[in-house]
Design a protein around this ligand. Structure first.
Ligand code: 48H
Length: 257
């Protein structure tokens, strides 16, 4: 049978359209497809929750691809090794508490695992605002990343969700929107973003977990965004904290849903 280009177009359009329609209302919407967002999406989907993830870039994976300074290996401490095992990611013992994994294997496995568990990923879509009501955040305002990049004046669309997870890494983009629209209301000591501090891996890794929490009604922070919001330090290319943070936010949300 001869292949028909129009049938190919029709298949893609119909299938993608279904994905969009099916995700207009979700239990959880995750912003950012780095390691913390992907792990959160995986565990939420595995627990049967309806969860979508929006990633600005064409590629999922955030800051994990490049390991440390483009040396494509990551370090993971012992306490997070069970999460590598959950995804079948191979690892090597380096010394004491330190393990390494190939960063490409790690991020591709997290991505495939999360999608196969039921997470719907929308790449090349940027979150530019939230939908808010007096009781808190109720949804996300989204647009095509190329529209954002080209600076085109195109109005966005909106999706409704019970909870949002800001997993946008150092940028804390969703939290920034909230601070701009309703200043002083975050559950941080100052009510505003405390700002990420300089490198201190040991302290940062523990704080990432503590800082993974609800920061505003309906909005959780996870991963690097959690530390940046609460004024924790950065940790460099050790990823246990990111993985454990995604797991923690998923566990908390599963309980609340
Ligand atoms: C859609 C967006 C938007 C938006 C941003 O940076 P990430 O990998 O995030 P984490 O927290 O899972 O992992 C952090 C880690 O990669 C890291 O940077 C570490 C450990 N650094 C330590 C150090 O010392 O430097 O991923 C965030 C993702 C990215 O892919 C962005 O493109 C995406 O979020 N994103 N997606 N809409 N408004 N803003």
């Amino acid at each position: 049978m001869a292949l028909d280009e129009v049938v190919i177009s029709q298949a893609i359009i119909e299938r993608y359209y279904k994905k969009l329609i099916d995700n207009l209302e979700t239990d959880v919407a995750i912003v950012g497809g780095g390691p913390s967002g992907l792990i959160a999406g995986y565990f939420l989907a595995k627990a049967g929750k309806k969860v979508a993830l929006y990633e600005r870039k064409l590629s999922i994976g955030g800051g994990m691809w490049g390991g440390g300074m483009l040396f494509n290996e990551i370090v993971v401490q012992k306490s997070a090794i069970h999460l590598l095992e959950e995804f079948g990611i191979r690892y090597n013992h380096f010394k004491e508490d330190y393990y390494t994994a190939d960063s490409i294997e790690a991020i591709t496995s997290l991505t495939a695992g999360a999608i196969r568990a039921g997470l719907t990923v929308f790449n090349c879509i940027s979150v530019e605002d939230v939908m808010m009501r007096p009781e808190g955040i109720m949804g996300l305002v989204i647009n095509w990343s190329p529209v954002e990049m080209a600076g085109l004046h195109v109005d966005p669309l909106t999706v409704r969700t019970k909870f949002v997870v800001d997993a946008t890494g150092h940028a804390t983009e969703v939290v920034k929107v909230v601070v701009k629209k309703v200043p002083g209301k975050l559950s941080t000591p100052s009510g505003a973003i405390e700002g990420e501090k300089s490198m201190w891996a040991d302290k940062a890794e523990n704080l990432t977990l503590d800082n993974t929490q609800e920061i505003f009604p309906g909005l959780y922070v996870a991963g690097m965004a959690a530390n940046a919001t609460f004024g924790g330090p950065r940790m460099g290319p050790i990823f246990g904290g990111m993985l454990l943070s995604g797991d923690k936010v998923a566990k908390e949300l599963i309980q609340r849903l």
